[in-house]
Design a protein around this ligand. Structure first.
Ligand code: ADP
Length: 272
């Protein structure tokens, strides 16, 4: 299958951000065994757009962003990042990953922050941040160190450079995870329920850092979140995922404040 051309006329301009999408999902399906988790996802994300993904547990939110990070492969459909299709279709109709070098390049443009931090426990937080620029991007060690310090200062941890992850609170660990992703200068940042493993009193400091990153504006951000106030505050667009389809999407003032979809109304009721 040839790659679809990305033309500006195809792009949904309704969200008020114009230009070429940095991410495009085209008719994406995903099954795990017999269970069809995503059932035809079509989605364009613009280069500086902030997209919040909400929906019930098990609706496929994490799977959507894991596929963008190439951690899961779609069963069918295309995912195009910055003009590159992540998967190729073989003659027999099977989707296979684009070559490893290509995937590495694509992954280099994407930073992901997980629910459970995923820091390297045997490295200091500075080393945690420096390791990918040096070993993946083959960057000069001193430059990687300088930028890592800059990013750790940005997330408020400039005084903890030599600490190990187990010496930090959950909120601090999550801020390290963000600095570590930012050091790679990604074009897209993915946040997968990054506050749901935290004690309630630590949630605020993490959201604050995300807010700051969002305000800087440049990057596209996709946030799977249960923090409705937060989504309302920072998202340009909210997607409500339900049973593997995007059941409603639009600006947060519509989707969160004036939902028309009944299942969305029921879902949101839990957060009141
Ligand atoms: P959400 O993030 O909305 O809670 P997920 O994307 O994590 O949903 O999961 C959607 C569905 O896919 C769930 O039913 C989950 O159990 C299933 N699933 C996710 N990952 C796997 C996997 N690696 N193997 C089998 N089933 C999976």
């Amino acid at each position: 299958m040839s790659e679809p051309e990305l033309k500006s006329k195809d792009v949904d301009q309704s969200v008020g951000v114009s230009g070429e999408p940095i991410v495009r999902y085209e008719n994406v399906y995903k099954s795990f065994g017999d269970v069809e988790v995503l059932k035809g996802i079509n989605l364009d994300i613009m280069p500086s757009e902030k997209v919040a993904v909400i929906g019930p547990s098990g609706s496929g939110k994490t799977t959507i962003i894991r596929m963008l990070m190439t951690l899961e492969q779609p069963t069918s459909g295309s995912i195009i990042v910055d003009g590159d299709n992540l998967w190729h279709m073989e003659k027999n109709g099977e989707l296979v990953p684009a070559n490893e070098k290509h995937l590495r390049e694509v992954r280099g443009n994407i930073g992901m922050v997980f629910q459970h931090f995923n820091l390297f426990p045997h490295m200091t937080i500075l080393e945690n941040c420096m390791t990918a620029p040096i070993h993946v991007q083959k960057e000069d060690k001193q430059e990687a160190k300088n930028r890592s310090i800059e990013m750790l200062e940005k997330v408020g941890l400039g005084d903890k450079l030599d600490n190990y992850p187990n010496q930090l609170s959950g909120g601090q660990k999550q801020r390290v995870a963000m600095a570590r992703a930012l050091v790679m200068r990604p074009k897209i940042m993915l946040f997968d329920e990054v506050t749901s493993a935290l004690d309630p009193e630590l949630v605020g400091e993490v959201l604050e850092v995300i807010r700051d990153i969002a305000k800087e504006g440049e990057m596209a951000m996709v946030l799977v979140t249960h923090e409705m106030e937060f989504a309302l505050d920072i998202a340009d667009r909210v997607l409500f995922l339900d049973n593997g389809v995007i059941a409603e999407e639009g600006p947060p003032s519509e989707v969160i404040e004036n939902p028309t979809n009944e299942r969305l109304q029921t879902f949101l009721h839990r957060f009141r």
